[in-house]
Design a protein around this ligand. Sequence first.
Ligand SMILES: Cc1ncc(COP(=O)(O)O)c(C=O)c1O
Length: 384
Amino acid sequence: MTHTLAVVEPLPWNRPLIGAEEEREVLDTLRSGWLTHGPKATRLEHAVRDRLGAEDAFAVTSCTAALHLALLAAGIGPGDEVITPSLTFCALANAVLQVGARPVFVDVDPVTLNITPEAAEAAITPLTQAIAVMHYGGQMCDMRAFRKLADHQGVLLIEDAAHALHASRDGLTAGSTGDLAAFSLYANKVAAAGEGGLLAGRGDLVHKARLLGRHGIDSSAWQRHGKRNTADYEVTVPGLKYVMSDLTAALAVVQYNRLPEFTARRAAIASAYTSALADLPGLTLPTVLPGVEHGWFLYAVLIDPEAALLDRDVTAAALLERHQIATSSHFKPVHTLGPYRDMVHRPMPVTELAAGRQLSLPCYPAMTDQDVERVINAVNDVWS
Ligand SMILES: Cc1ncc(COP(=O)(O)O)c(C=O)c1O
């Protein structure tokens, strides 16, 4: 008798959910004769502006581009300080260094892994020009308190809302409270367009960012197309090239409109994990604060190696090797990375503890109920 081993398909940490509507919209753009920033990007900008109640929105090539433009538009530069978490991706801090300013890292709250208004306030100096919050995993920071603090101190409030394209807290939508907010449409984000980003917020600042993001030219290619000589333009400031193409926008606009559906599925998966994994020793599951509509970009757990009798890296390796389930970790603290290592920082005990204990389980709408069961069984098996 011959035995055939069942082949277990690997379960990735993330996979976008792309359907017929996305295919139709991209094909429509391919056939339209207009591939760069044009009508589809404008549709996306209007959808974002209307949803946030923002004065303006600009579709760009990445969230990193949006953050860079935010700092440039705000005139942040040499001698200025920007307060930001270290438990985040390097994009904001890199952009701060690029404009010649200095990132000032603050520690995060142990429950939400977000920075708090109190920690930010303690880091304010006469050089502070902006506070850049990051909504960790899709759970928003306390934006009412941050708005008050920024107004009181006379500094700019920027939201790095890369994780929170569809989230709210205390009735405020992520990205609606800062002077500027940056979103990501990167391949693994809650609305995935491969690469892409959005900058939304105050009209005067987004207007400047729009100029800076298209070489400083006073009109877009689409505006000039068919209406006047395409070379008839003025350069008002020495800008960069950060505009989103319509090919990307075609995909992004459909994904953006599907966010309520996607987020509901993410929330259902999160709820299944929370019910099934609550009793495992040493495993801290995400806490959702009252008033929060979580965006669930991450289902972020913390593993205490003493209580769990295994650590985060052993857990990740066991899930991968025994169960072919991939996980991720968010983040390597930015203050420990190359350009930041030799800077003087305030102590960051929570950030450093979380960096060694945090694990992100698969949580995305392309997962089936069987996939969710499989993750639950695998985590239980690793703990047994
Ligand atoms: C918090 C945060 N900010 C910014 C970014 C950068 O986004 P993008 O890849 O769209 O530039 C990321 C990417 O993962 C992120 O996690």
